[in-house]
Design a binder for this molecule. Structure first.
Ligand SMILES: *Cc1c(COP(=O)(O)O)cnc(C)c1O
Length: 409
C-alpha cells in the first residue's frame, strides 16, 4: 500500500485565487453585461521585451542546427547568463559574488519552495505577516509549519506583524527563529526596507544563528536610490542569507520561466551534532538530484535583459507599471482611502473603510466598481481589513477602475 504525504493534505483546497474566481463568476451570472477590471492577480500583462524575444528566437534557431544545438546545460546555468548576472546585478552595486554562488533555475516560486529540501523538518520558521503565501505552503507540505489553529495560524510559524502603525516595517521577533523569510520590495504591502532596517535583520541573523531567505523578485521596481536591491549590500549577509531573484516581474517572464538563487560559500547550517554544512554544496546536491536546469531558450532570453537595448526595454516596462501605480495611488488618495506601497513596488495595499473586512471590501469593489482586488486576509492574519491592488494592468483599465472606485466609494 502506498501511503500519501499527509502534510500536503493540510493545505486548504480553496486556494485564494480559486475563491476569488468563484465570487467573480457568481457576480458575472447576475451582471452578465458588467465590464470587469482585474486588478487582483499578480501576473504581468505587457509583452516581453523585444531584446528577449529576439534572443529566444535566435536560441530556437541554434537548436535546429547540429553544430549549435544545446542539450542539457551546465548545472548552475550557462556562463553567458551567470556572468551577466554577476556583473550587472551585483558588481555594479558593489557586491562581489562568484559564478559558483549563482544557481539559475526556473523561477523564484520553485526555488523558495524547494530550498526547504535542504533544511530539517523541525526548524522554526518566521514570516512577516501579511506574506506571499507560497513560503508557508511549502513548509506545510513537509510538516515544518506544524498544525493550524482555527484562524489558520500554524503552530511552528512565528508571524511578525507588518501594520500601518509600524509603516508595514517588521520588528525583530521576540521569539528566536531558525529561518526567516523576508520579501523586499514586499508582496503584498508594496513596502521596502531601508539599508538600516535590513541591517537590523542581518545583525539579528548573525546574533541568533538564523538563516535569512531573502526574496528580491521585485528588485527592478525600486525607485528610491538608497533602498538596497540585494541583501548582500549589507555587511555580514554573505554568512547568513540566501537570495532569490526572478525574471518574472523584471522582464515579463512569468510564462517563460527563469530565475536564480544566490548561495554564498559562507552560508552554513548545522547538523544535529553541531557540524556546520555548506548550504551552497547541499543545494548543489539537491539540484543535481531533482532538477535539470532552465531551458537554453529561457536563459538566452534572460541574458538579453542585460544588453543595452534589453536594459532600456526593461526600464520602459517596469516604468509603465510604476506609472500605473502612481496614477492609481493618486486616484485612491483622493477618495480618502489609506493607501500604501506603489512607490518602489507594483502593489498598492489599501485599507478597507471602517467596518469592512477584507472580503466585504473585495465584494464592495466588485459589485459597485466592477473591480477585482485581492482580499488581504489571503496573505495572512494581519492582512485582514485590507485589499491588494496590482499595477500590472493595462493603463486605461487601471485608470477606469480607479475612476469607478472614486465614484462608488
Ligand atoms: C511573483 C513572485 C515571485 C516570482 O515567482 P516566479 O516563480 O519566479 O514566477 C517570487 N516571489 C514573490 C513574492 C512573487 O510575488
Amino acid at each position: 500500500m502506498a501511503l500519501v504525504n499527509e502534510h500536503l493534505m493540510k493545505l486548504p483546497d480553496n486556494y485564494l485565487f480559486a475563491d476569488i474566481a468563484k465570487k467573480v463568476n457568481s457576480f458575472k451570472v447576475t451582471h452578465p453585461k458588467a465590464d470587469i477590471i482585474h486588478l487582483g492577480i499578480g501576473d504581468v500583462t505587457r509583452p516581453i521585451p523585444q531584446a528577449c524575444a529576439e534572443a529566444m528566437k535566435a536560441a530556437v534557431d541554434d537548436l535546429t542546427h547540429a553544430d549549435t544545438f544545446h542539450g542539457y546545460g551546465p548545472e548552475q546555468g550557462y556562463s553567458f547568463l551567470t556572468d551577466a548576472i554577476l556583473k550587472h546585478d551585483y558588481a555594479q552595486r558593489g557586491v562581489s559574488l562568484a559564478a559558483n554562488e549563482i544557481f539559475v533555475g526556473d523561477g523564484a516560486k520553485s526555488d523558495t519552495g524547494n530550498i526547504g529540501d535542504i533544511l530539517r523538518h523541525d526548524n522554526s520558521i518566521g514570516v512577516t505577516d501579511p506574506i506571499y503565501p507560497a513560503y508557508i505552503d511549502s513548509n506545510v507540505s513537509c510538516g515544518r509549519a506544524g498544525t493550524p489553529d482555527k484562524d489558520n495560524r500554524w503552530s511552528n510559524v512565528v508571524y511578525i506583524p507588518c501594520l500601518a502603525e509600524n509603516d508595514f516595517t517588521p520588528e525583530l521577533p521576540k521569539q528566536r527563529v531558525d529561518i526567516i523569510y523576508l520579501c523586499y520590495p514586499n508582496n503584498p504591502t508594496g513596502s521596502v526596507l531601508s539599508k538600516s532596517e535590513l541591517k537590523k535583520w542581518v545583525n539579528y541573523a548573525i546574533d541568533n544563528d538564523t538563516l535569512i531567505l531573502f526574496d528580491a523578485a521585485y528588485e527592478a521596481y525600486i525607485r528610491q536610490p538608497d533602498i538596497p536591491h540585494s541583501i548582500y549590500e549589507i555587511k555580514g549577509a554573505r554568512k547568513v542569507a540566501i537570495e532569490f531573484r526572478s525574471f518574472s516581474k523584471t522582464a515579463g517572464f512569468t510564462g517563460v520561466r527563469c530565475g536564480y538563487t544566490v548561495i554564498p560559500q559562507e552560508v552554513t547550517a548545522a547538523t544535529l551534532s553541531g557540524k556546520r554544512i555548506s548550504l551552497n554544496r547541499l543545494w548543489s546536491k539537491r539540484q543535481n538530484s531533482k532538477f535539470n536546469g532552465a531551458s537554453y531558450i529561457a536563459q538566452r532570453g534572460a541574458a538579453a535583459i542585460y544588453t543595452p537595448e534589453g536594459k532600456e526595454q526593461v526600464k520602459e516596462m517596469t516604468g509603465y507599471y510604476m506609472r500605473n501605480a502612481q496614477l492609481m495611488k493618486h486616484w485612491l488618495d483622493s477618495t480618502g482611502l489609506k493607501v500604501s506601497g506603489g512607490e518602489n513596488a507594483p502593489y498598492l495595499w489599501v485599507k478597507a473603510p471602517k467596518g469592512f473586512s477584507s472580503w466585504q471590501f473585495f465584494e464592495h469593489l466588485l459589485y459597485n466598481a466592477h473591480v477585482v482586488s485581492t482580499p488581504g486576509i489571503g496573505f495572512g492574519p494581519n492582512g485582514e481589513g485590507y485589499v491588494r491592488l496590482t499595477a500590472f494592468g493595462d493603463r486605461q483599465e487601471c485608470e477606469e477602475g480607479m475612476k469607478r472606485i472614486c465614484q462608488h466609494l
